[in-house]
Design a protein around this ligand. Structure first.
Ligand code: ZN
Length: 503
């Protein structure tokens, strides 16, 4: 069989697996946006059915035969063909090593886990959630064992979201970041300006939801999100799913926290721009799929932070903001608005955290996850451990589990190993940002004119359209010329926040 013949048979099989995966994602979107509470059990069954069909397609014997014939001629494959085959092999091995029963059980448990978490969080009832978490942990350990990584189950979890990532590598980056970040946070929060920022933030009240919706839609469209190929809705926990021509973002509104919906939408827009920027003709093979979650988070964080918290961005959007909220905005000067946008205040809640303290929330979760997987920490001891690490890192101790261990959705459907990608994403974003500024020193002037097209074009070319040709860490090295380091992030935080708080 020639390479072309094998690939032309393999490609539609891979695209079918991808399409079924997207059906599962759409069920998940609907579950968090539209589903009536009475539909939870049916949805669990639907998730299981789709997961089973996806698994069957992914582990079809014909995929294995075609891969073997392509691998036999590996030396003749082009770089792109090798990329497709390498990732397809990894996915195929994963699918064939996991028994169908296990895949079905895990999908149904994930859906049940989500609903159990939502209920437990609403009632601040960790005890009702603990058995779910224990079950999820057990399934994750079993999954790692099936994949032949039983000796390092947490690495197996990290590898799912960022191929090749290990706990040792994360630990090294995080400990360097923690060393430099904790004193910076202490200095900023002790500054008299921090007090002023908090007071201004406390005055941001009574912003009508309709206005917020209109404004964030205008902003996200201006950044480049294509609403003909996507939409934004409301959910409990903001997220972005889908890809290519159908990207679904969500946000949530609070009249007394107008910057929350705006910045979470800009964050999800960063994810959405990545998905909309993948090579459409390659959707479903490794050439048309994102490089991993750290790379994904780098895109969301770059737009949310480096771009949307800049002076240039607000020079353009402040007049629109004032026009949208004439009564509410009158109480704020331009400097006060900029300070509110860049307010630093340690908080118990990760998703409410400013970008300086945010990383410490991730280090907290990474440290606890690692201990859960090593057996050093039992699920029943998690709330107390959370309180202790929160006090140590964030400087605050939650008085209840809603503001502690129950705040995040991730572990409820077994997404262990996901959290580090947020902080790695921040590091990558800062490192990319300094490369961008080398190439385009006056970029903020373009933002001030409402022009974000050069930046988007650069990201499209260097990140989005690369698909999975390189891992996130390889991509950073290629694009910036140096390996990933926490130092650009520390430099960026010192420069932006030092100028505001430590003058
Ligand atoms: Zn994100």
């Amino acid at each position: 069989m020639t390479i072309d013949v094998a690939l032309s048979e393999l490609t539609p099989l891979l695209k079918r697996v991808h399409a079924l995966g997207l059906v599962g994602e759409l069920l998940g979107w609907d579950e968090q946006v539209m589903l009536p509470p009475g539909g939870a059990d049916q949805r669990a069954a639907q998730h299981a059915a789709v997961a089973e069909a996806t698994h069957a397609a992914a582990s079809a014997a014909r995929v294995g035969e075609l891969l073997a014939s392509l691998e036999a001629r590996a030396a003749e494959l082009t770089f792109d063909q090798r990329t497709i085959v390498r990732h397809a092999r990894k996915d195929y091995d994963r699918a064939t090593k996991l028994p169908a029963d296990f895949v079905r059980e895990k999908a149904a448990q994930g859906s049940r886990g989500y609903h159990a978490w939502a209920k437990a969080k609403a009632a601040d009832d960790f005890a009702s959630y603990a058995p779910v978490l224990e079950k999820n942990l057990e399934l994750a350990q079993r999954e790692a064992a099936y994949l032949g990584r039983g000796a390092a189950p947490y690495d197996a979890m990290l590898d799912k979201f960022d191929p090749g990532l290990t706990a040792v590598a994360v630990e090294k980056l995080f400990s360097e970041l923690k060393r430099d970040l904790v004193p910076l946070v202490r200095a900023i929060t002790a500054s008299p300006v921090a007090e002023r920022a908090r007071a201004i933030n406390a005055k941001l009240r009574g912003f009508p939801i309709d206005g917020q919706r209109e404004f964030l839609r205008e902003v996200t469209a201006a950044l480049g999100f294509d609403y003909a190929c996507g939409r934004i809705d409301v959910s409990l926990h903001p997220f972005c799913s889908g890809t290519g021509g159908d990207v679904r973002m969500t946000t949530r509104f609070n009249a007394d926290a107008p910057l929350d919906a705006l910045f979470s939408s800009i964050h999800e827009t960063g994810h959405g721009l990545y998905e909309q920027g993948l090579a459409k003709e390659h959707l479903g093979t490794a050439l048309g799929v994102h490089a991993g979650m750290a790379g994904h988070e780098s895109q969301s964080r770059l737009w949310e932070n480096q771009v949307a918290r800049s002076r240039g961005f607000w020079r353009h959007f402040e007049p629109r903001w004032r026009a949208t909220f004439p009564a509410q905005s009158a109480a704020f000067s331009s400097d006060e608005l900029y300070l509110a946008v860049n307010a630093v205040e340690p908080t118990l809640i990760r998703v409410d955290a400013d970008e300086v303290t945010y990383n410490l929330h991730i280090v907290l979760r990474f440290e606890l996850e690692k201990k859960l997987f090593s057996g050093e920490l039992a699920v029943r001891d998690l709330p107390a451990a959370w309180r202790a690490v929160s006090r140590e890192l964030v400087g605050l101790e939650p008085s209840n589990d809603r503001e502690g261990v129950l705040q995040d959705v991730h572990w409820s459907d077994g997404a262990f190993g996901y959290f580090p990608s947020y902080c790695l994403g921040n590091m990558i974003a800062a490192q990319l940002w300094y490369r961008v500024l080398e190439l385009r020193p006056a970029l903020e002037e373009e933002f001030a004119r409402g022009d974000f097209s050069w930046l988007l074009g650069w990201l499209r070319e260097n990140i989005h359209t690369q698909g999975r040709r390189y891992s996130a860490l390889e991509l950073v090295q290629r694009v910036t010329g140096t390996p990933l380091s926490p130092q650009p992030l520390v430099r960026y935080l010192r420069e932006r926040y030092g100028a505001i708080y430590l003058r």
